[in-house]
Write a protein that binds this ligand. Structure first.
Ligand code: KG4
Ligand code: ZN
Length: 361
């Protein structure tokens, strides 16, 4: 944890620390944990508006995210994006009752931009602010949809940095029951994209190519499914892809067929573990969240698993699977309306285990 700045203004601005617990509270959400700058407004009726600026073009030439460039771009984008959001939504600053920002985990410099911006804004506007765990945002993202899941639920959280099965029993009550031993699912997509010569970000590129690939021509392992348990491991899959691809003439059809076989292996593996986790927990709701949750084949596969197991499967729409500020505004609003208060220090954590997140008291 890094304390960027500590302001001991508590005595002078105590009123600003007290959350306004009105359910009508509109919360401004800010997301800057990686390569997307997001701002959003969430009120009692749900999402009001959101804006997202992707830095994908900025980082594409380097084949991955360059942290310093990400931070600088967040600095430049945040204020204009916020102005645009307020203008487009018709929400005035006096209507905003709280600010939520991603406090971690993520790139420390990038997080600090959002944390400093959010805290300073909240102080200037005399409203409370709360730092939100990025993965809590992902886990709650399906609640932005018209038919939200209720607690408790099982969540498959598949992003660029995480692959987890989480038992979610309430806000801030998370138990990880399956985790990855090495690469995350999104990371496997990104690395496979790189070795197949596709651009960054890799997940959508592999998924697009897999669309025209022939299923069944190659078969890659379904890692860790041959033994009991809910752990994942995706680094071996990448090696299998590399070996298959290197042994083939580099034609477009071969590339597409390899991409399809890779996607099939990831989707199968995730579905097998979800089925086990449902049996183990007895939970009747499954939430799919995080960037890889935008994958059409994974969504279709888990929908059919849901029908087979007679459980309800919930996903955020694809734009809320990947990083966005709407999920941060929503999670922050839940916390602020339940009395979540914090001091004025600007805090960001590059590493922040999900199970350390606290339930509001
Ligand atoms: O949740 P997210 O936007 O950022 C993190 O918090 O990591 O997830 C990004 C990850 C990347 O690895 C990206 O390649 C992957 O999600 N991704 C996809 C798709 N869209 C994004 N993977 C597979 N299929 C997709 N359609
Ligand atoms: Zn994310």
């Amino acid at each position: 944890m890094l304390v960027f700045a500590r302001c001991d203004f508590k005595a002078a601005c105590g009123a600003g620390l007290r959350p306004r617990q009105s359910l009508a509270m509109i919360v401004l959400g800010i997301e800057t944990s990686c390569d997307e700058t997001g701002v959003a407004l969430c009120g009692e009726q749900g999402l009001i508006a959101h804006f997202l600026h992707s830095q994908a073009d900025l980082h594409a030439v380097y084949g991955g995210v360059v942290p310093e460039l990400a931070s600088r771009d967040h600095v430049q984008r945040l204020l204009p994006l916020l102005r645009e959001l307020l203008e487009a939504s018709g929400v005035g600053r006096e209507d905003v009752g709280g600010v939520a920002y991603t406090a971690g985990p993520g790139l420390l410099g990038a997080l600090l931009v959002g944390a400093a911006f959010g805290r300073a804004l909240a102080w200037a506007w005399d409203v409370p602010a709360v730092g939100v765990h990025h993965l809590e945002g992902h886990l709650l993202a399906p609640m932005l949809e018209p038919q939200p899941p209720s607690f408790p639920f099982l969540a498959l959280l598949v992003s660029g940095g995480h692959t987890m099965l989480v038992e979610v029993s309430g806000l801030g009550r998370y138990r990880i029951i399956g985790d990855t031993l090495d690469d995350a699912a999104g990371e496997a997509f990104d690395k496979t994209a790189k070795l197949l010569g596709l651009g960054y970000p890799g997940g959508p590129a592999v998924a697009r190519l897999a669309e025209v690939g022939q299923s069944g021509r190659f078969r890659f392992p379904r890692p860790m499914t041959d033994r009991p348990g809910l752990a994942f491991s995706f680094s071996g899959l990448k090696t299998a892809v590399l070996q298959a691809w290197n042994a083939l003439p580099g034609t477009e059809q071969n590339r597409a067929d390899v991409a399809r076989a890779f996607e099939d292996a990831v989707v199968d593996t995730l579905a097998i573990k979800c089925e086990r986790a449902v049996a183990e927990t007895g939970l009747e709701r499954l939430v799919v969240a995080g960037g890889v949750g935008a994958n059409a084949r994974l969504r279709a596969r888990l929908a059919s698993l849901g029908r087979q197991l007679q459980i309800n499967v919930f996903y955020p729409r694809p734009e809320f699977c990947t990083d966005n500020a709407a999920m941060i505004a929503l999670a922050g609003r839940y916390r602020l309306t339940r009395g979540g208060t914090e001091g004025l220090a600007i805090r960001a954590r590059a590493r922040w285990p999900l199970e350390e997140v606290e339930a509001p008291r």
